[in-house]
Design a protein around this ligand. Sequence first.
Ligand code: ZN
Length: 1025
Amino acid sequence: MSLLVSIQLCRGVLVPLGALRLGARRYASHSFQGSLNLPKTTFPTRPNLEKVLAELVPQASQEVYKAQLQEFVEQISRIEDPSERFKFAAERLFVLHDGPPYANGDLHLGHALNKVLKDIIVRYQLLAQGRHVYFKPGWDCHGLPIELKAIKQNDKGKRMSPVQIRSIARRHAEKTVLIQRDQFTQFGICTDWEDPYITMNAQFEINQLKVFSQLFHLGLIKRQNKPVYWGTETRTALAESELEYKEDHVSQTVYVKFPLTADSQQRLLVLAPLKTPITPNTRIQCLIWTSTPWTLFSNQAICYNDGMEYVLVHLSQRDEYLIISRDLLDQVGIAQDYEILSEFTGACLSNLKYTNPMCLGGTTEFPLLPGGHVTNVTGTGLVHTAPGHGNEDYMVGIQNNLQIYSPIDHEGNYDLNEVSPELRPILQDPNDPQKGRNVLLSSTTTHIIEFLEGQGMLFQQKSYTHSYPYDWRSKKPVIIRSTPQWFTNLTDIKQLALSSLHNVEYTPLRGHNRLEAFIKTRNEWCISRQRSWGVPIPFFQHKTVPDKVLMDSNLIDHVISVIERDGIDSWFESEEDISKWFPDEYKSVAHEYVKGKDTMDVWFDSGSSWTVLRDFYRDVLKLDKCPEQLANVYLEGSDQHRGWFQSSLLTRVASSGTPFAPFHHLITHGFILDSKGIKMSKSIGNVISPKDVIRGNTKVELPAVGVDGLRYFVAQSDFTNDITCGSTVMHRINDSLKKLRLTFKFLLGNLNTSQRPILLPIEQLRPVDKYILFTLQDLVSNAKQNYETFNFGKVLGALQFHLNNELSSLYFDICKDSLYCDPEASLKRRQIHTTLFHILNTYRALLAPILPMLVQEVWNNVPCDWLDHSNMAGISPMRLLLPDFSRALEESREECNRFRSIDMQILAVFKEQFKDFAPDITKPGQLSVDVYIRKRDNIQINAQELEDLLQVAAVSIHAVEDLGAEHGNAVHIPGSDSVVAVQAHKSTLHQCPRCWKYNATAQQKLCHRCTDTCNPVSTDVYNRV
Ligand SMILES: [Zn+2]
C-alpha cells in the first residue's frame, strides 16, 4: 500500500497518488475533452534501472566531471601571471581528497555511505557555488590482507619468492580495483573513474619514497628496538602470515616470586591491613607465572589489573607470604594449608616496587604497573613484563618509559655483551663460553629453573601444553625478540602537528578532540613491516651482522632513481651483485650488504596520498606553489582519526615543516548498522549490500529503490552518528521518491504546451504565484545553509514539507482549473507556467546533489523550448546555479505579505466552512462565497484571485460600513486591526459540463470562461494584464 501517500491535486479532494493521472482522465472523459489542455509528458512514472545505469549515470556524473575539469584547466591556462593563477585556483576550485578504500573484497554499505557523502558535497559546490571541483578516486593496494590472499592462492606449503608474492598480490589488487570501480560507478559519483590514483602505481610509489627520503633528510626516521616474531633458524623477523601455530606445543612454565621492597610492603599494609599481624622481617612477595622462563632476565615490571581482587595469603608450611589474584588461587594449586590475611583490589598495588634477585644482586627496584591486558583466566593475575619480548609488554614499556631490553641475538642465543657481568657465567654456553646459551634448548630452560631455585625464587614448576607459533619455513618454534625497526619520530613534529589542528574545521566538532588526543599520546610510528607486498624501505643490511645497516640521504635518492628506472619489483629480486643500488661512494662495500627486506606500513602509503594533490597543482594547473591546505575536505569514517587522517597529517606536516594539515575541513561519519542497531556481519547474516538496496531483495523485504534511493538513504541519515538500515526506512524512502517523481511528472506534463514558452517577469505574476516564489526562495536559503553545514537530511525534510504544504495541497490544486480549462494563450496560464517552471528549476537545483539521476531524467524530458527560452539549453542540470528570486521579489514583498495574511486567512476560514457542507457538497466548485470587508479597513482583495484560490464557482466581495451578525463570524487579519467575514453557500447556478464548476447560467450550458475558450475569437479577454 505504498500509494497511500496522498497529494491534493484533484479539485480539493485528497486523492491517492495513483489517481494523479486519473484526475486528468476525469477531465477528459466528456464531450469537451478535445478542448482541454491536459498534461502530457514522456517522463516515465517509474525509472528503468538499466537505462539509469547505462545512460543517466554517465550523463549526470562522469561526463559532467570531465567537462568541468577540462574547462577549469583551460580557464586557468589562459592566466599568465602566476600569483593570479594561484588566486584563481584558490577561489574557484574545490578539492575533496578521497581516502582510498582497500582493494580487497566487495563493496559494502559503508563504502556507499562514504562515497555518496563525498559526492553530495562535491555536487553542491558545482551548482551552488558555481565552482569547479577536483575529486580523484583512490585505491589502497598494498599490505597484509592482500599478501595473505596471494600466499593462500599458492600451493600449500610451497614457498614463494617475494617477487612471486608481489606478482600475485598485484594481480589480485588490479582485479579488485576493477570490480570495486564497477560497483562504485553504480552509486552515481561525479568523478572520473578512468583516472584514479592507485597506491601500487609507479608514480605513487616514487612519490611515497620521496616523502620517506624527505623525512629521513629531516632526521625524523630512526631505527630502534621493537619486539617481533623471530625465526632463529631463518634468522629473520617474521610477519604474522609466516607463522604456523602448533596446538600441542609443550612449555616448561614456572611460578616465580619477586619480593616487594620494604617501603612498598609498609605502604601495602597501610592500605590493606592484615587480620593477623606479621613479624617485621617477613617479606611479602608477588607471585608471577611465565611459560618462557628465559625472558625473566629481561623483566622490567609486573602488571596488575586495577579492578581485579587480590589476596595476601600466608602459606603455613612454607611460611611464605604471597600476593595473588583471588580468582586464580585454586588454579595455582596451593594446598589447603593457607590463610587469607588480607583482601584488596588491584588499585592498592599502585606505585609499589619490587626487586628481581636474579639481576644485579637484587638491588634494582622495578615498578608494579596497572595494565588493562591483565586478566584472571590463567597465571596469577600478576604479569611478568619484559618489554623486549612481547607486544603488550612493549606497549606497557613505551607508556611507562621502561627499557626495551632484549639481550638475545639473531640466532636465539643470549648476547653475553648485553647481560650484566654477574649473569655471564650462568648464561654462557657450556661448550663455548664465548657464546650465550640458546634460549630454545630444553637444557637452557632446566638450567634457568635450577638457577631460580637457587635464588629462592621458584615457587612451582609445571609443564604446559598450548598453542605456540612456529616459523612456517623452518618448522621451528619462534621467539619474540626485540629487533631494530624503522620509526618515524613524532616527538619532534608533534607540536607542529598539534598546532596544524587549529587551522582545521571539524564536522562533527568532537573530531578535533579525538584527533588531538591520538596525536598527543603518540610518540613514534613504527613504519617497517616484514612483508613483501609493499613499498620497500630503502636500506641495506650487513650480511654477517644483520643489525648493522646502511642508510643515508644519497643512498636513498640513488635507490629511488634505480627504482624509477628498473621498476619497484627489481628491489625484491634476488641478485648476486647488488652494486647497481649503490651510489659511487659505496660501490666498494656493496658486496658486504644485502638489500633490506622491510616494506612500509600501508598507512604510510595512503598517508602520502596528498602528493596526488600536490602533483595536480604543480603539473596540471602549473602552479608554482600549492595552497597550504591542499584539500578543502577530507571525509572518512570516524575510525580514521587513528588511521588515515593521522598518517596524512603527520607525513604532510613532517615533510613540509609547516603547521598545515593537508585538509581544511575534516568530516567524519559513523557506521551502518542493521535495523536493530547491530553491526552488519557475515556470521550474523544481517549484511545488506548496496546491490540489495539498489535492486531490492525480497528475502530481506527491501524494495528496489535504485541509485537515487541508495543516495536518498545516505542523505537522509544523521551521518555523524551510526546509521541503521532496514526494510522500514527503505520503504519510506521508496514512497518519498515516488512522490517526487509524480511531482516532476505533473510539472513536466503541464509545461508541455503547444504555445511558445514565455517566462514572464516576476512583477507580472499574480500574488499567489509570487507567494510560491517566496516560499521557493525560503526553501533555497534554507537548503544552502543545510548543504553548507552538511545537514542533507534537513534539505530533504524541508523540500518534502514544501512539496506537501505549498505545492500538493495548495498551488498545484488551485492552478489545475486554469491549466486544463483556460485558453492556451491566456495570461493566467502563462503566469502559472512561469511559476511551474521556477518550481521545476528550483527543485532541480535542490535535488541535483542528492538525486542526480532523477534530476537528469527530468531535465532530459523538459520541453526544450523552455530551456532555450531560459538560456539553460546545453548546460548540465548538475551545473546550473541555484535560482535566486530575492532581488526580483523585493518589490513584491508587501503584496506577498498581504496575500499571506488576507487571502490565506480567507482560504482558512472557507476550508472550515466547506466541511459543514458534507456530505452533500464534495467539491468547492459547487459553492459560491460572499466576502464582507469594512470600507474603512481598505483591504485590497480581488474576487477573481479568490475564486481561483478557493476553487469556488464565484466570489463576491462586499465592502460594508460595519460587520454585523448577518455577515457571520468576523475574523481578524493577522498583523492588523482589520476584520473580514466569509460566507459560503451552495451555488445557485448550474454545473458547466466542461470545467464542472457550478457557474453556468443554464443546465448543460458552458460557463462564460468555457464559452470563450471554446470560441477562440474572444480569447483576448484573457490576455489582459
Ligand atoms: Zn466551465
